[in-house]
Structures are given as C-alpha cells and as structure tokens.
Ligand binder design. Structure first.
Ligand code: HPA
Ligand code: ZN
Length: 349
C-alpha cells in the first residue's frame, strides 16, 4: 500500500472512520456524569457532589488512586440489571459511531458484589446489551472479567466461583485497580485456575508499576496481553522480548496523561514503542473520566505527534484487530475491510 499517497489533510478523518477494535475499556469507566446523576436519583442514592458540573470539576487526577476513588464512587449508582444494560448500550452506541467493529469490555464484579448487587445482574445486563447492540448495529463484543488487585486472593477466588455459572458469557479475565504494592504474583494461583478453565488472560501492568510487573505478568500469570505496559521502556531486555514475542500492549494515551504517567501527549512514548516494533494498540480505558472515546485518543495522539501518518494509523488499527480474541477467520475479514478502506483512501488522490 502506498501510504505516502495519503495527504495529511485526509488523515484526521481516516483516524475517525477506519475500522478498529477496542481492547482496553472498563465499562464502569464509560459511565458519564449525567448518567451517574440520573441513576443516583432513580435509585435513591446520595452522591457527595451536588450536580454534574461539580462532579466533572472533580475529574482532576494526580495519580491512579485519586482516579480510582472517584471511579468506584461513580459505579456505586449501579444497582439493577437495567442499570448495567443502559450503561453498556450507551458505550456501544458511541463505539459504533467511532467505527469500532469489535470491543472487549472489562468489568469489575467485586465493585458491585461488595455493595450487595447480585453478580447475575452484572452478567445479564452486560450480556443483553452486547446481544442487542450486535443485532441493532452489528458490533462484535467479548466480556473480560477483572479482579480488583487491591483486594485479596481469597476474594478473587470467591468472585471466580460466583462467576462460573456464567462462564459461557465471558471470554477471559484481567487484573485492574491500584497497581503499586499489588504485584501480579499475588494472583498466581487465581490465574492458574482461570487458565485451566480455558479463559483468555490479560493483566494491567507497567502503568504505575515497574517493568518487573510486566515480566511477572508474563512469566507468572502467563497473560497473553499487557494492559498499558508503557513502563516497559525501563528495561531494554523487556523491550526486546516484547518486540520478538509481539505480546500486545493495550495503550491508553489520554488515560496516561490524565493520571500523570506522562506530563504531556507530546511526551507519550507510544510513537517510540510503535517504531521500535512493539505490538501497541490505542484504547480509551475509562472514556467518561479521561476526556474521550477511542477516536478522541487517536485524534489527540496524532495531533501531538506530527511524525505519525497514515501508515501508523493503519498499523495501529491492524494491531487492534490482530490482538483481539476473535477467530483468525473473523480477523481476516476485518483486516480485509481495513485494507479496502485504506486502498480507497489512496485512490482518492
Ligand atoms: N488502571 C487500573 N485499574 C483501572 C483502570 C486503570 O487505568 N481503570 C479502571 N480500573
Ligand atoms: Zn485500564
């Protein structure tokens, strides 16, 4: 493909319209302040903020934990199956507008079961929304259940046990929440059990935690993808390993800026990782909290890095499809769609 035939004027629209997969999105992080207030009112929950504007104003984070405190408070308005359904439909409708053909959604059952919400409300609400979105808009989805790493191994095992009646509804498991002081090895036995059950494995690592957390997620948890992973650059050996293994990193540029992992988008290392040959993807993480959807992430990233062009856009979209947990047949269909899309863009010239 002659990417040089695509002009810089064309690029912003291509980023928006190209088919892509989103592999790192916490569905509870898609809950917009307006919906938080609407659900709070419906469910008789009093929030510590008087209105949408003051809640939004509190979205000024200094690190991961300062975000998580608000994120868990926001999720506390979810009580019924229809709450989970409505939240998921709203995200998927936006994803369709972003030309996301496939999304792998993280969800945190412990955030809800700890408040007395039955786990089946979570599963049924999410699953029904995924089914309806597929029927209505054609979007494909998988669910990935995350364990909260600040909680105990015992709590993770209990969550897995409670989820097993719904095993057919989720594709894999992940590990999220506060990274520092909660290394991957804390969940070695949980992940071994999940692997034995045939679940696909991913984990957040190297967002705030050191490069060794990425190595331990690979060596001890045997994950197939690393969520974030941007601190891999602190180990040359690890960078080499990620290049040769092509283990995907699901990077979330706006999240990293909002949580002060990088000071500015210009300083974000995604372009360097991409040109070094790592298998990186672009994702939104928690779109309601960090400034926007996957397309906003693409737009802001490319705006800050003029060296990124059509070839890199294509590569990032290709990586997202290649790194998903769908069948090779399905990947081939979307990859053909992606190549047709870029071929048409070249032909416009
Ligand atoms: N990191 C860890 N846990 C999370 C995140 C994140 O970026 N978003 C939601 N839970
Ligand atoms: Zn995340």
């Amino acid at each position: 493909m002659d990417f040089s035939a695509i002009s810089t004027e064309q690029l912003p629209q291509l980023l928006l319209d190209m088919p892509k997969a989103e592999l790192h999105i916490h569905i509870e992080g898609s809950l917009q302040p307006e919906m938080i207030f609407q659900l709070a009112q419906k469910n008789g929950i009093t929030l510590s903020y008087p209105d949408v504007a003051s809640l939004r104003a509190a979205y000024a984070f200094t690190d991961l934990q300062s975000f998580l405190d608000l994120y868990y408070a926001g999720a506390s308005v979810l009580l019924t199956e229809s709450d989970f359904y409505d939240m998921t439909m709203a995200y998927l409708q936006g994803a369709v507008a972003d030309h996301v053909v496939h999304a792998e959604l993280f969800f945190d059952p412990q955030t809800h079961t700890e408040r007395g919400v039955p786990i089946e409300y979570v599963f049924n609400g999410l699953h029904r929304a995924c089914q309806d979105a597929k029927a209505r808009w054609g979007i494909s989805t998988h669910l990935i259940m995350c364990f909260l790493r600040h909680l105990s191994e015992e709590s993770a095992f209990e969550t897995l046990e409670a989820a097993l009646p719904h095993r057919h509804l989720f594709m894999g498991v992940g590990l999220d929440s506060g990274e520092r002081g909660n290394p991957p090895e804390k969940f070695a036995r949980v992940f071994a059990k999940c692997k034995a059950l045939g679940l696909r494995l991913v984990a957040h690592a190297g967002e705030e935690g050191p490069a060794s957390y990425i190595e331990n997620a690979l060596d001890i948890l045997h994950v197939e993808r690393i969520d974030h992973g941007v601190r891999c650059v602190e180990s040359d050996a690890l960078v080499q390993r990620l290049v040769s293994s092509q283990v995907p990193l699901t990077v979330c540029p706006l999240s990293n800026i909002k949580l002060c992992v990088f000071k500015t988008m210009q300083q974000h290392n995604l372009p360097a990782l991409l040109s070094a040959g790592l298998n990186v993807t672009v994702n939104s993480d928690d779109p309601a909290y960090f400034g926007g959807s996957v397309n906003v992430n693409f737009t802001e990233l490319f705006k800050a890095h003029p060296g990124l062009g059509a070839k890199e856009a294509w590569q990032l979209a290709k990586n997202s499809i290649d790194s998903s947990f769908v069948s090779q047949d399905q990947k081939n269909q979307w990859l053909a769609q992606l190549n047709d899309f870029f071929t048409a863009a070249v032909a416009v010239q």
